[in-house]
Write a protein that binds this ligand. Structure first.
Ligand code: NDP
Ligand code: 8X3
Length: 258
């Protein structure tokens, strides 16, 4: 087992959903956490709610992963953080809209690509040299079943998660021999703020995505991340594809009649 007690983790996108649940799950193992997102009020609340029950340090860092200068300033400006991070969970991400390419909005495409692909790269580029230098570390990327299968209206989102899979696979070559591990946790349907963001605040449309089925909970994904992190140092879990029992693939879900 890898003991997380007393170590430091950085979890991006920890103001809701998987990131918030993962920050709590990691902290419950005695690991200190730096948590990130754009919504400052949520970050402050999350940090307080992590510190008190888990008795660890929780450092809120507000930045937009799409802005390299913000990523660098926040991480380099957090005194000593880069020299002690053992864990990076690249979770910040989103889908926007569900439209065919011929009707799609290029601004949505830009935001998905900039966040899910370039943002992940910017954070990794900033954190990874310290891990390589220290000869230990673990990068957990949050991919998706959409990184294995495409679906109508999901071309660009899927492309970003195929990219996350490619980056995770290639990164393992880059760090081979350094002791750094790279995992890709790839969930299916999970009820977080994901669909509300995708449908731009349309709550009833968001709710309908999960109607009649039992989706994953954020805690299920957090469990998978912690499982990867706590394997012995010689074990690198490359990928965990985790779907609800009511889902067989990106296209096949079982919905019960009301
Ligand atoms: P949520 O919408 O609940 O959480 C997304 C998180 O990402 C928020 O904390 C948000 O913080 C952060 N984020 C988004 N854009 C940025 C940005 N530009 N800069 C910094 N932070 C950002 O969704 P989930 O928890 O479901 O999603 C987390 C990850 O899981 C994503 O990568 C998503 O693609 C992936 N995923 C989700 C699935 C699902 O069905 N829910 C299934 C498979 C994968 P803030 O708004 O405060 O910046
Ligand atoms: C999120 C899961 O199926 O909505 O990555 O693309 S899905």
């Amino acid at each position: 087992m890898t003991d997380l007690k007393g170590r430091w983790a950085l979890v991006t996108g920890a103001t809701s959903g998987f990131g918030l649940a993962t920050a709590h799950a990691i902290a419950s193992q005695g690991c200190h956490v730096a948590i990130t997102g754009r919504r400052e009020d949520r970050l402050e609340t999350a940090a307080r709610e992590i510190r008190d029950p888990h008795r660890v340090e929780a450092l809120p860092l507000r930045f937009d992963v799409r802005e390299l200068s913000q990523v660098r300033a926040a991480l380099e400006g957090a005194s000593g953080l880069l020299s002690k991070l053992d864990i990076l969970v690249n979770n910040a991400g989103l889908a926007l809209a569900l439209e065919p390419i011929q009707a799609g909005n290029p601004a949505d495409w830009d935001q998905m690509i900039d966040t899910n692909v370039k943002g992940l790269l910017y954070v990794t580029r900033t954190v990874l040299p310290g891990m390589v230098e220290r000869g230990r570390g673990h990068v957990v990327n949050v991919g998706s079943v959409a990184g294995h299968q495409t679906y109508a209206g999901g071309a660009v989102y899927s492309a970003t998660k195929y990219a996350v899979r490619a980056i995770s696979d290639a990164l393992r070559y880059d760090v081979l021999g350094t002791g750094v591990r790279v995992s890709n946790v790839e969930p299916g349907l999970a009820e977080t703020e994901f669909s509300e963001v995708r449908f731009k605040g349309d709550r009833s449309r968001a709710k309908s995505v999960y109607e009649g089925l039992t989706p994953l909970r954020a805690e299920d994904v957090a469990d998978a991340v912690v499982w990867c992190l706590t394997r012995p140092p010689h074990v690198n879990i490359q990928s965990v594809l985790i779907l609800p029992t009511d889902q067989a693939s990106a296209h096949a879900v079982h919905r019960r009649a009301k």
